[in-house]
Design a protein around this ligand. Structure first.
Ligand SMILES: [Zn+2]
Length: 234
């Protein structure tokens, strides 16, 4: 059976002398493992389709539940992301997040669209801020939205003293004090990333990414080690 699907390459593993096993985030079947034969050879026709962040229409042959790529036509290779270490790691965090949020059998085309637009944005704009925006939208698409409005317990506006609760994904005021202490710079940055009024500071970006990572780890029980390393470089 043949399947034609738009997909983003999330990660690759070397396999045999010339082959790779790749994890594709497909629009139609969610996350699947796929064999790519001969792609490590110089001049291989499908070499481009086994590169990090490749977004393409993949043609897959299915046999007994195993997939092999037989053809691919490129939508976007996001080449500028491969030429800049900071952007490369931010993009790798996007792929790591999709990988962790997509359990087997989960189909989430909205998340795919958001991942591809985040990669596009990272080519030009501030990569760390684009990553914050992506993580917020990915969390929403996966059913773990972050809430940064008024305090959900008492309804008061959030002030200088505030808390973030990992189980509900909400900020709380200093009086209600649910969760662990958070900084106003984090809240301000998160609000800005949500398209509301807020302020961007380097400290706010770093803290927001740290908090979002803690929230992702809490919700998925995955490690998010690439994101952890990336935050250390900021
Ligand atoms: Zn409160």
């Amino acid at each position: 059976m043949e399947l034609k699907t738009d997909a983003l390459l999330l990660r690759t593993t070397d396999y045999g002398e010339n082959d790779k096993m790749v994890t594709l985030f497909t629009a139609e079947r969610g996350k699947i493992g796929v064999a790519m034969k001969g792609v490590k050879k110089a001049g291989a026709k499908l070499r481009f389709a086994a590169q990090p962040f490749c977004f393409a229409e993949y043609v897959l042959a299915e046999r007994g539940g195993r997939y092999t790529v037989t053809a691919a036509s490129l939508h976007d290779g996001f080449y500028p992301l491969r030429e800049d270490v900071e952007r490369y790691y931010a993009a790798a965090c996007v792929c790591e997040t999709c990988d962790a949020l997509l359990l087997d059998g989960i189909v989430n085309p909205t998340l795919l669209v958001r991942a591809v637009s985040a990669l596009k944005e990272m080519e030009g704009a501030s990569a760390p801020f684009a990553l914050v925006k992506f993580l917020l939208s990915a969390l929403t698409a996966a059913g773990y939205p972050v809430s940064a409005g008024d305090c959900p317990a008492c309804g008061n506006k959030l002030g200088e003293k505030l808390y973030f609760d990992l189980s509900s994904g909400s900020f709380f005021c200093g009086e209600c004090a649910v969760g662990t202490p958070a900084s106003p710079s984090t809240l301000s940055l998160i609000r800005l990333a949500m398209g509301e009024k807020g302020e961007m500071t380097a400290d706010g970006v770093r803290r927001a990414l740290k908090m979002l990572r803690a929230y992702l780890v809490y919700q998925t029980e995955e490690k998010f080690s690439i994101l952890g390393e990336y935050i250390k470089t900021l």
